[in-house]
Design a protein around this ligand. Sequence first.
Ligand code: GDP
Length: 425
Amino acid sequence: MFDERTRTVVVVGAQWGDEGKGKLVDVLAEGADWVVRYQGGANAGHTVDLGPRCFVLHQIPSGILHHGVRCAIGNGVVLDPETFFTEIDTLVADGVDVEGRLYVSDRAHLVLPYHKLVDAESAASKEIGTTGRGIGPAYEDKIARRGVRVVDLRHPSHLESLVSRGAEHANAMLEHYGSAKRADVGQTLDILHGLAPRLLALADDVGLAVHRARASGAAILLEGAQGSLLDIDHGTYPFVTSSNTTSGGAATGAGISPRSIDAALGVVKAYTTRVGNGPLPTEFDEPLGSRVRELGHEYGATTGRPRRCGWFDAVVVRYAVRVNGLTHLAVTKLDVLDTLDRLAICTGYEAAGDVHTEFPSDLTALDDMVPRYEWFEGWQCSTAGARTREDLPPAARAYLDRIEALVEAPIKFVSVGTRRDQIIW
Ligand code: GDP
C-alpha cells in the first residue's frame, strides 16, 4: 500500500466488524513505521496468526508484532489501563519487545471500573448486545465532559475530584437500573495511583508525534476497530458502537488532519457476519448459518460469542466504500466458502415492487425489505494455497470480479487463510 506518494493509510472494517483487519494490519505493518489505533476500546479483538504462535490483541495495535514499528493509542480510543498492561505483560512474556515503541495519547479517555459496572447492569447495553467492557459508558462520560483522561493522572487531587464526579453519576445510573452495586471511589483511585507511573511513562502528544513522523517521510498506518456499519453516525443505529469507526474518525481519533490521509483500505469478508443484535439483511437460514459459522470459526475474539453469518451484501459494502472513501478493498476468508456448492451476492433490497441499492437509514423500512440475490457456482476446491490471482479457481475469480464491479472499489488483497503468508496481493 505504501509508496512515494502514499504515506498515510487507514484500514477500516467495511461490514459489521471482525473482517480480519488484524491480519491485514499485520501484513501492512511490515512496510509501516507507525501503527496508530484511533477509536474503540478493549471491545475490539484482533487475531493475528503467526503460524507457531497466535496473538489476540484488544487494545495494542497489531503492528507491535513487527520489530521496530512504533505503535500508538490515539486520543479517540478509550483505554482500559488494567487490561492494557495485562496485554503488554503477555506480549513481553511471549518475547515481543515493546520497550520504547509504544505510546499512549495523553488525551485518551480512561475506562474505569465503574464504567464496566454500569455497562454490566444496564438493560439497554444487553439489548444492543455490547461486550460489557465499559466502552459505551466511558464514551458517554467523554461526551458529557465528565471523563477522566490519561493526562489527569499527572494531578492527583484533580484526579480525585474527577473520579468522585464520575462515580457519583455511575451510582445514580446504577440506582436507576435497580442495581444494588455501587462504584467504589477509593478502589478506583488506588488502581489509578498504582498504574499512573507506568501509564504516564508512555503518555505523549500522539497527534504531534505522528505529524512529525509524517513530515519526516514515515509510513503511517491508522488502524480502525469494529466496522463501518457499527459507526455511531453511519451504522445501523442504535445497534452500533460508541465511536466513529469510519475513516473520518481516523483523523480525529489519531489527532491528525484529514488531508494527511492518502489512502483508505476497506477490509471485508467474502461473506457477511455480525455479532450482537440489529439488522443483518442477508442472514443465512439454518443449517447454512451454523455450517458457515463452524467453517469460519465465527466466534468473537473478545467474548467468544457466536457470530451471525450471511451472504456477501454488496449494498452494505458499496455504502462503506462511499462513506469511507475507500481506495482499495481486501477480501478475507475466501477459503471459508471453498466447500459450498453455490453462493449468492446481495445486489439490492426489494420492497413494494421497488429495488433499493443504497443502504437505508430507516431500519424499520429495512425490516420490510427482502434481499435480491445473484447466484454463483461454488468452486468446491481449496483456495488456501493460492498466492496469485491465477492460482484461484475460475469460479472464485468470477465471484471476486462481481464483488469488485458491484461495490465500485478495486480488490487489492485476497486472504485465503489465517496465516500471514496466506494472502494474494
Ligand atoms: P478483526 O477484528 O477485523 O481483526 O477480526 P478478528 O480477528 O475478530 O476475526 C478475524 C478472524 O479471522 C481471525 O481469527 C483471523 O485469524 C481469521 N482470518 C483472517 N483472515 C482469514 C482468512 O483469510 N481465512 C480464514 N480462514 N481466517 C481468516
